[in-house]
Design a protein around this ligand. Sequence first.
Ligand code: MN
Length: 265
Amino acid sequence: MELDRRNVIGGSLALGAAALVGEAAEAAVPEQVLFAHPPAFIPVVGTNQRFQVRRIYCIGRNYALHAIERGSDPNREPPFFFEKPTDAIQLVAKGKTTDHPYPPMTKNYHHEVELVAALGKGGRNIKPAAALDLVFGYAVGLDMTRRDLQNAMADQKKPWEVGKSFDHAAVVSHLHPAAKLGHPSEAAIWLKVNGAVKQSSNLKNMIWSVAEQVAHLSEYFELKPGDIIYSGTPENVGPVVAGDVMDAHIDGIYDISVKVVAASV
Ligand code: MN
């Protein structure tokens, strides 16, 4: 038995040495990335710069009247967050209506117009007074939502994932740098469907300001440059169907135009 064990140990040492030689040989060969995919970028208005998106955070129920329509108490609940996958970004350029495919598995597809804040710096445990220093710029976005799936999951106390996280679910304009735009806190925000106003409010009606959102998020996650935050939607979210055109506006940011189209089969 003793001999056998020594043989085994000797054998594994020899194997280890062979593995080291193998690693050294492999290091000379360029690394190959399998199934590479392009990163998500948001162009910066008026520049040739592109902002690489790292994570997409979304705040829920951040306008009192929307919180009430979703069945919660707007005065009591702390902000809560969910995420969308980075490759759910759908860019909408200025002055051009962009086709947006109606997603599968839903019969109640909702618009949510939102201010999007994009971080150029990161950190942990950021104080609200310092939080806006992290914000590089802003955009107008649509947190598109399969409401029937979200509600079904919520009823079962299951994650919202299928309701919020799917291809093209993070519609967004190009970024307006805070260096030019400032940090909007009082600005009209609205969304029209086929020319009729559906959502209309003001950023001042947000329960938690962008600074407070950043501060709160940074207690749970280390924020990094490239993170973007969908800051919640005002009341009167509602359905769209194929053929509908959504126009979305926030003062100081160019309007986006998005046409819902039947998914190609
Ligand atoms: Mn939302």
